[in-house]
Design a protein around this ligand. Structure first.
Ligand code: F3S
Length: 397
């Protein structure tokens, strides 16, 4: 593989042993993938850093890296961790302490501690720029909504890529590797506005195209449903890449690249028919997978205002970011808390014990990604619910 003089210098230890070892791994992986060269990335997004999933070996590895003088070469953000940095939610102290050690190791290497799976909502990401990201919903989002280029990379590899500021050029880092293979048309009329239906559609598309790459022709009623579509699709797709007609910058170029694509026609009414919301018992509502942004939280606040001071009979937990909390007034925060709606920061139920700690065994959720992971990762059951109407289950019970 071709390496510039600067990359050769990194590889041969001119910038320290840690950088040399990171470079050796990145080059080795590039050789295996038959990459022709390395490319410089603008950002990195690290995932897989909850103490729940990496335990003591991961903690010690990150602390060892941090003890060396190595620092991240590019702007680097971090996915949700196993704790809410403002509220312990009854989580065991030892777990919290160890999670903080992981956070501090990443901080000392220069990571920005946004601790969210939606960094794309706070970054200005330009089309056709390169990134090394490891959170599947975010990968799908920046590829589809910004035409910004990242492969679906494993968390530990992103740490190394962030240290050297480079990734091997292969797959989705090349235009030919991004050529769609299937045209998926969604029939059934109006724009899709329902987050649950968008998530079920994402899963259906992934099942239909397998490892092919869809060019999706459908209409969506806003960013919240596109987030659900892509989060669910990325959960079930090996590469998390799709192009959306009229949404993805340069979509016409992608359309022109296809050579005899396979055509798949889906009827949204079939998906709606199969989406029956179950009337079963549950302990809490969970919203915010992917993390809710300010618009989604404001739609919850408007819903609560329409209830005229009624309090939810079951607790509602919403995962969101410090940016959202900082954007809300004290009155809005009080309104939510008094309505039994709790904002949970910097974490996610599938990498945290917090739901179990507050006594939840079954949640109602709109997120098809949560439906996949909750039972597998932390043994929590789910029932499905429908976007903002999920709140009806808690208020009108
Ligand atoms: Fe984010 Fe967790 Fe969902 S990381 S996308 S809230 S599974």
């Amino acid at each position: 593989m071709y390496l510039s003089k600067y990359e050769e210098a990194m590889l041969h230890g001119d910038y320290g042993d840690t950088i040399a070892r990171a470079m050796q791994v990145v080059v080795k992986v590039g050789d295996v993938l038959k990459a022709d060269r390395l490319i410089e990335i603008e950002t990195a997004h690290i995932a897989g850093v909850s103490y729940l999933t990496i335990g003591d070996p991961g903690l010690e590895y990150l602390e060892d890296l941090a003890k060396s003088s190595a620092r991240f070469h590019v702007f680097t953000t971090v996915n949700p961790v196993g704790i809410d940095v403002l509220n312990d939610w009854g989580i065991d102290k030892e777990f919290i302490d160890k999670q903080w050690r992981i956070i501090n190791a990443l901080k000392s290497m220069g990571a920005s501690l946004w601790l969210t799976c939606t960094p794309y909502e706070y970054l200005r990401i330009r089309p056709r720029t390169y990134h090394a990201w490891a959170e599947s919903n975010a990968i799908a989002y920046i590829n589809a909504v910004h035409d910004a280029w990242t492969e679906k990379l494993p968390g530990p590899f992103v740490v190394l890529s962030a240290l050297v500021g480079r990734v091997p050029r292969y797959g989705l880092y090349t235009l030919s590797g991004r050529a769609p293979t299937h045209v998926v048309r969604v029939k059934g009329g109006q724009a899709i506005n329902n987050p649950l239906i968008a998530g079920l559609l994402g899963r259906k598309i992934a099942e239909e195209v397998g490892d092919g790459k869809p060019y999706l022709v459908a209409k969506f009623g806003g960013n919240a449903v596109i987030k659900q579509l892509l989060a669910s699709y990325a959960t079930y797709s090996p590469h998390a890449f799709m192009v959306i007609d009229g949404v993805t910058p340069n979509h016409k170029e992608y359309l022109a690249m296809m050579d005899k694509p396979e055509e798949i026609n889906l009827d949204i009414n079939d998906i709606i028919k199969d989406s029956g919301v179950e009337k079963q018992n549950f302990d809490a509502i969970f919203l915010g997978c992917p993390h809710y942004g300010i618009d989604e939280v404001m739609s919850v606040i408007n819903y609560v205002r329409s209830k005229r001071s009624k309090r939810a009979k079951k607790p509602v937990y919403i995962a969101t970011t410090p940016f959202v909390i900082n954007s809300l007034s004290q009155d809005e925060l009080n309104l939510l808390e008094n309505s039994n709606i709790h904002l949970v920061l910097t974490t996610c139920p599938v990498v945290s014990p917090f739901l179990k700690s507050v006594g939840v065994n079954t949640v109602a959720t709109e997120s098809v990604k949560q439906m996949y992971y909750l039972p597998k990762m932390i043994g929590i059951n789910y029932i499905s619910c429908n976007g903002i109407k999920c709140l009806d289950l808690a208020f009108d019970e």
